[in-house]
Ligand binder design. Structure first.
Ligand code: HEC
Length: 112
């Protein structure tokens, strides 16, 4: 059955309301664990490898979903599949807390 627009749009709102506040302990653990991601994604979430995406300020829900997808094999990538296979649910939660908490600002290019 085709979902109505309202049903589809309500999903992110429900998920957002389920996100728990991040604790200082999670942030500290996330920062430490992000050491294993830093070569490619940067400790600050600004990618250092040209083929890796920025993670700074990315929604924790999205980071969590993608890491679990790499871990389960639903999403595949030569490097990330191996890295995610070693992560526990707690590791993923800590890493998502760290990278999502980084504040980013965007400056658009000047275009007439
Ligand atoms: C060796 C380099 C490398 C390391 C180390 C690495 N990643 Fe990645 N990561 C990548 C690349 C490359 C991609 C893009 C995958 C693709 O093209 O599908 C990626 C994708 C991701 C994505 C999906 C982002 C998106 O926009 O969909 C997340 C989340 C992620 N990495 C988190 C992590 C975390 C957390 C760690 C540390 C535990 C880590 N990565 C370590 C290279 C790396």
């Amino acid at each position: 059955m085709i979902k109505t627009v309202t049903q589809i749009l309500s999903v992110p709102l429900i998920l957002t309301s389920l996100v728990l506040p991040v604790t200082a302990a999670e942030l500290a653990a996330g920062k430490e664990k992000a050491g294993m991601c830093a070569t490619c994604h940067g400790i600050d979430g600004i990618a250092k490898a040209p083929n890796a995406p920025n993670l700074a300020g990315t929604n924790a829900f999205y980071i969590t979903e993608q890491l679990k997808a790499f871990r389960s094999g639903a999403r595949q990538h030569q490097q990330m599949s191996i890295i995610a296979s070693g992560l526990s649910d707690e590791d993923i939660a800590d890493l998502a807390a760290w990278y999502s908490a980084i504040k980013v600002t965007a400056t658009m290019p000047a275009v007439e």
